[in-house]
Design a protein around this ligand. Sequence first.
Ligand code: SAM
Length: 273
Amino acid sequence: MSSPQPLLGSGVSGTELKTCCAATYEQDWVAALLGDSYHPGGAALTRDLANALQLSPGMKVLDIASGTGTSALEMAARYGVHVIGIDRSPTLVAKARRRASEADLSGRVRFVVGDGEMLPLAGESVEAIVCECALCTFPDKPAGITEMARVLCPEGRVGISDVAVDRESLDQDLQTLEQWVACLGGACSITGYAQLLNNSGLHVQRTEDRREALLDLVERVEPRLKALAALGLPGLPEIDSAEVDRWMTVARDAISSGAAGYCLLVAGKPGSH
Ligand SMILES: C[S@@+](CC[C@H](N)C(=O)[O-])C[C@H]1O[C@@H](n2cnc3c(N)ncnc32)[C@H](O)[C@@H]1O
């Protein structure tokens, strides 16, 4: 399985990684860079995931690492489901709650501060789970997936979209703390994620290579990153246009060589006997 965790064991604890990750995604420059959806493929990929999960009105859905709430709100509005969004960042949870209220969806969508590795939910309490571009940042991925299996009802489904890497071919520059937060440093291969799901008793039903979504994201953020870097926004690491060019070349090369990509996985929980 390709799930090495190079930063763990080098003085950075799992809790520090999670705190750093949540704090980064709270920054205004991240919203300016990524827009509302903090994952490659945006709302279109969320709909693909929702269709694969066969969401139908009234279902109870959990969105793990729900960020600003975009996917939870999209699923509630489009599929008529009830959604609980859980995120480790109180700032993002507050923002997601505001957006739910503005969209008049507070009756069907609620957001809670919590850790995906220790879900604050009872066993067998949700019928479907989505987790988009977040499992890659979990220091303890087996714990996160065991939690998914615990809270899911028998015959429920989990849909994950996430960064996938071939760690042996991944440039060393893409394996730093910053890259962990940016999702590459802690990601698994597609087979690595599938193995983790199967190990937790969830049966993988579908895996899809969606690397083009990551490439699209790189193309979309490049000009925005240059503009933001020129503005020197608070919290944004100091970076000049030449450095942005260098990073984007490293990222494009990694995607085109297959060292980095994006994937979609669907797994089901067996029925009770
Ligand atoms: C790349 S963003 C994705 C957000 C959202 N799923 C989306 O696609 O728009 C990663 C999110 O994971 C959250 N996060 C990271 N580690 C977490 C954990 N252990 N438990 C819950 N949320 C976590 C961060 O706060 C952030 O909102």
